[in-house]
Write a protein that binds this ligand. Sequence first.
Ligand code: UDP
Ligand code: MN
Length: 479
Amino acid sequence: MRHLFGSARCKERSYPINLPSASIILCFYNEALSTLLRTVHSILDRTPAYLLHEIILVDDRSDFIELKNELEKYIANNQLKKVKLIRNVMREGLIRGRMVGSSHATGDVLVFIDSHCEVNEMWLQPLLAPIKEDHSTVVCPLIDIINADTLIYSSSPIVKGGFNWGLHFKWDPVPVSLLNGPEGATEPFKSPTMAGGLFAINRDYFNKLGQYDSGMDIWGGENLEISFRIWMCGGQLKIVPCSRVGHIFRKWRPYGSPGGVDTMAYNSLRLSHVWMDEYKEQYLSLRPELRKQSYGDISERLELRKKLNCTSFKWYLDNVYPEMEVNGPNGKSKIQPPLFINKSPKRSKILQRGRLYNLQTSKCLAAQKYPDQKGGKVVVKECDWTDSNQVWIYNEEHDLILANLLCLDMSETHSSDSPRLMKCHGSGGSQQWTLGVNNSLYQISAGQCLKVIDPDNPKGYVAMAICDGSRSQQWKLDN
Ligand code: UDP
Ligand code: MN
């Protein structure tokens, strides 16, 4: 196992001795016992005992048999005195599950962490220090990547949290100045949103801020809801690059919700109606079918917003997330095109033209079937230097246009889908790509990079993934 740090400078930093104590809350549903224990042991091994008040495990009514007696015996036999196990009587979902955990906690600071993580060395002190300084600062560690297939730990680049108008969380690049400052990338920096699985918050502040929206079910949306609430109601959210925690990113969530409800949409509707003011239109115009869908009673959350004297969503966008593009009626500029009015491709200046060559497979990105098929997938194929159907144009608008016909597009509402060829809409977002550092092909709305899924598979499937600079994610636009 390798222990990686973002910056060697992190080792030079020191932290006060008298930091607040931490209650670590781990809510789990059908987690593999070995994975759950890896998380718990990494915390026990790498947290100074005087800072570790307790670890609270909340079993969200898992079915796995190994999580029953075997887990209890393990805790008892190994005398894990700081580990407390709470069993939910009903499946509550991660949002109410974490609230159950926090209601049992007695430490100064709550640290929420997913059940498939490995905390790194010196992970906790860098999180506690900014909270000690300011109670209304909420902090996230940098989330390293544990490969879901191999369990290999690798470090992540330094990025911050954002979102798109489909209300999906995404990673955004941070300014280079921040990375190259005198301190290197060691100083906590502001982030518009959090990914959700990992953060630390003063316990009294969590309660004062209204915990979570207990009307939200199972999974999804709660991370944007608490991010907006923190910023709009007087707090701040930061990422601490010297605190690193590995998380297993899975390709699919291995569980559903009771009744198969799309809880992400339900929860997002709730948060858009409580927090987003007129900007909820940005979401609803992407998901018109949700206009008629019920989202339960939000009156308590609206009252909370009033009681805490929170600012407007416009203030949040202007001050915390100014890079977010607003289209249509909420937009700042009248010249901007309205959402979803398809236009013919703009006559925008061509920056580069050529084949999109993947460095790992030595293959070229092309249409799976026909380059003029709307909604068609793209895959990597043997490069054919005579075939004009493999030629991409990269223009000033950051569009990638294949064979002069369709644009490479990544759906903002179904971020787990693979990228497709769609009519060029010329309004950025889902069709905006950057050929960036490490030869990456970065998609702005998704906050992810294009990769070849399996270099040995002749089908050549590609997908979006967290940018990690690996060779499967390296592309060259060449003649
Ligand atoms: N979880 C839970 N109950 C649920 C769904 C999820 O307790 O109904 C737990 C899950 O075991 C994990 C955490 O909540 O520890 C976050 O879920 P997950 O890791 O699946 O979300 P992701 O990281 O994929 O966003
Ligand atoms: Mn997770």
